[in-house]
Design a protein around this ligand. Structure first.
Ligand SMILES: Cc1cc2nc3c(=O)[nH]c(=O)nc-3n(C[C@H](O)[C@H](O)[C@H](O)COP(=O)(O)O)c2cc1C
Length: 259
């Protein structure tokens, strides 16, 4: 079993690593510099874990899958989407990237995990106790999921027409429309001290420091790492209202090692 993941702020990484620990095999972030062609072609079953963005697969993972699609031919796939609340068909939408190849989805599931967007009032960032509780629930669901997979139970969350319609009409339709514009729409407030932590963590290498100012290159994947790491809450993407609270991951230490 090979497990691959993209994770902006640690939730999908947590899930992928726990899953791989239980099921065995290797686990890699798509940001790592490894020989993915070799890893994918030698595995028979591949699990993917990723956060859902407006019922869409993150741009960075879409690019990865497009690049490596042919190696996924004839593979068995397990698809895990992590979400704060709702995606409709967040796991199913992944297979839209695989048109033209043969594959078999043996399991697809959605995992509710803490929200990582700290500037939408309707869904505030949870406190430590709530986050702990949420991850306990995830552990329980993941354990059950692994049992099912071991017992060859097939489940495809979100693969019916109703879920597809929900995902598309409630979110994807609008999210895809604004995505191109949002790629170039990182906003830096005057509170920025150009510490360059955001530059360090950006998975797209979208940010750089020029003349003591953070500049963007127009390829933001909306992962929210920069928003959540900024010591002055001076950077926003997607939504530009003031960041109230930042998400620091499962243990509250998400960015502690970033200099
Ligand atoms: C740009 C963006 C869009 C999101 N859209 C959704 C969504 O449509 N539905 C939902 O339930 N959660 C949504 N979320 C929340 C994340 O999917 C969720 O917190 C996820 O577990 C984060 O995973 P990560 O820590 O691996 O990045 C969104 C988060 C971001 C940053």
């Amino acid at each position: 079993m090979l497990t691959l993941y993209f994770s902006g702020t640690g939730n999908s990484k947590y899930l992928a690593e726990r899953f791989s620990e239980i099921m065995g095999g290797d686990c890699y972030s798509i940001e790592e510099e490894v020989d993915f062609e070799n890893l994918i072609t030698t595995a028979s079953t591949i699990a993917f874990s990723y956060p859902i963005y407006g019922s869409c697969v993150p741009q960075i993972l879409r690019e990865f899958v497009t690049k490596n699609k042919n190696y996924l031919n004839e593979k068995k796939l397990i698809i895990f989407c992590t979400q704060a609340m709702f995606s409709g068909d967040g796991a199913r939408v992944f297979i839209e990237l695989l048109e033209g190849i043969n594959f078999e989805v043996i399991y697809a599931e959605h995992f509710n995990m803490p929200n990582n967007i700290g500037n939408i009032p309707v869904l505030p960032i949870k406190n430590r106790e709530q986050i702990k509780k949420a991850f306990k629930k995830v552990d329980k669901k993941l354990y059950k999921t692994c049992e099912n997979i071991k017992n060859e139970v097939i489940k495809k969350r979100g693969f019916n027409a109703f879920s597809k319609g929900l995902g598309f009409y409630s979110q994807r339709k609008y999210f895809l429309k604004s995505e191109e514009r949002k790629k170039k729409d990182v906003k830096i407030s005057p509170d920025c001290i150009a510490c360059s932590k955001c530059v360090e963590v950006c998975p797209m290498k979208n940010l750089q420091v020029i003349d003591k100012k953070i500049e963007q290159k127009g390829k933001c994947t909306l992962c929210y790492r920069c928003v959540n790491i900024c010591p002055n809450k001076a950077i926003t993407v997607l939504i530009h209202s003031k960041v109230k609270k930042q998400y620091k991951g499962v243990d509250g230490k998400l960015f502690e090692n970033v200099k």
